[in-house]
Design a binder for this molecule. Structure first.
Ligand SMILES: [Mg+2]
Length: 129
C-alpha cells in the first residue's frame, strides 16, 4: 500500500520515491503562496468548480481505461493518474482556501461523522465480505 498514516501525518512510502511530509495545513499554505506568486489571484469559485469537474473527469478517464473496460487511445497513454489526482487536490485546496475552509478541521469532523454513521454499517454489509 503506497500511502500510510503515521501518527496523524501522511507519508508516501513507495518503492522508488520518498517525499517530505506535508500536512494538509502546509498544503493549503503552499497552494496559497503559489497562487499569489504564480497565479496572480485565485480564479473565482465558479471557475474553480468547473476546473475541479474537469480534473475529476480526467481521473475518471484514466480509471475507466486502466481498471474499467475502456481501452486506451494513443492520446490517453501519456495521461498519468498520479498527476491527475494532484490536479484534483490542487483545485480542491484552492476552493477551500478561497472559501475559508480549514481542511484539517473539516477532515477531522468528516472522519468522526463517518465513523459514527458507518462503523457498523460496513461491517454488516455482506457485499464487502
Ligand atoms: Mg489534469
Amino acid at each position: 500500500m503506497p500511502w500510510t498514516v503515521d501518527r496523524g501525518l501522511s507519508t508516501i512510502n513507495n518503492q522508488s520515491k520518498s517525499y517530505t511530509r506535508m500536512t494538509i495545513q502546509e498544503a493549503q499554505q503552499t497552494v496559497d503562496q503559489w497562487i499569489k506568486t504564480n497565479g496572480v489571484r485565485y480564479f473565482n469559485e465558479l471557475t474553480n468548480m468547473a476546473i475541479l469537474t474537469e480534473e475529476v473527469g480526467e481521473v475518471a478517464r484514466i480509471i475507466s481505461r486502466k481498471y474499467g473496460e475502456q481501452s486506451f487511445k494513443e492520446s490517453d497513454k501519456e495521461k498519468n493518474l498520479e498527476e491527475e489526482l494532484a490536479d484534483v487536490l490542487f483545485v480542491l485546496i484552492c476552493l477551500a482556501n478561497q472559501t475559508g475552509i480549514d481542511l484539517t478541521e473539516a477532515m477531522k469532523k468528516n472522519l468522526e461523522k463517518k465513523t459514527k454513521r458507518d462503523k457498523e454499517r460496513h461491517h454488516k454489509n455482506d457485499k464487502l465480505k
